[in-house]
Design a protein around this ligand. Structure first.
Ligand code: GRF
Length: 202
């Protein structure tokens, strides 16, 4: 499968996806790294690794006009799937629907808990035993789509949002390549699966 990764900053999840894609038996290739922030750190790493990069500053444009630019870049790269990895901008409903079922995100909480920002602080303040991370299918509502996989990370008594984030990010790097590989390797046509179930039930 051909995967485009969208980032806004550091890009460590993008790097995890990229290096995992280089294993001999990998289920996907990273064909493009795109960003709404031309200064995103991760773009340098992607370029240094020989991956095509696309960046355009979103400021001064409407959301839908900007998202159309992204779609053009994705189509030009022949991307089958789009993985959001620290992409810190809301996407238009139009864009999400255009890529429905082919758009994934990683979020630093055990969804459905703590959608949005400041997830680690909220988990600590709530006295939760665990934080963690989740990979989910993107739907128009923020951080709301079906969860594909998650990893819990224990919260320690002296944790700050920063110390917890530093452990959760390792779980993210483990989780995202695995969840993406599983997802792109699933039978493409749900009819195939239904037919299989019908046949087995006979
Ligand atoms: C990650 O914690 C991700 O879950 C969140 O933003 C952070 C991005 O980090 N949405 P990086 O850019 O992948 O290093």
């Amino acid at each position: 499968a051909r995967v485009a990764v969208l980032i806004s900053g550091r890009g460590s999840n993008m790097a995890a996806l990229l290096y995992a894609s280089r294993a001999a038996d990998a289920a996907y290739d990273v064909v493009l790294v795109g960003s709404n922030n031309p200064d995103a750190e991760g773009l340098k790493l992607a370029a240094a690794e020989g991956v095509a990069v696309w960046a355009h500053d979103h400021r001064g444009m409407s959301r839908s006009a900007f998202d159309d630019l992204i779609t053009n870049a994705l189509l030009e790269a022949n991307a089958d799937y789009v993985a959001l990895a620290g992409y810190m901008r809301l996407l238009s409903t139009e864009f999400v629907n255009r890529w429905a079922g082919r758009l994934l995100n990683i979020h630093p909480s055990l969804l459905p808990k703590y959608k949005g920002l400041d997830t680690h602080a909220r988990a600590i303040d709530a006295g939760d035993s665990h934080g963690g991370c989740s990979v989910h299918i993107v739907t128009p509502e923020l951080d709301d789509g079906p969860v594909l996989a998650s990893i819990p990370v224990a919260i320690q008594q002296d944790d700050t949002p920063q110390t917890l984030a530093a452990r959760v990010i390792h779980a993210e790097h483990q989780l995202y390549p695995r969840a993406l590989s599983d997802y792109v390797s699933r039978p493409y046509n749900p009819e195939w699966l239904l037919e299989k179930v019908r046949t087995l039930a006979l």
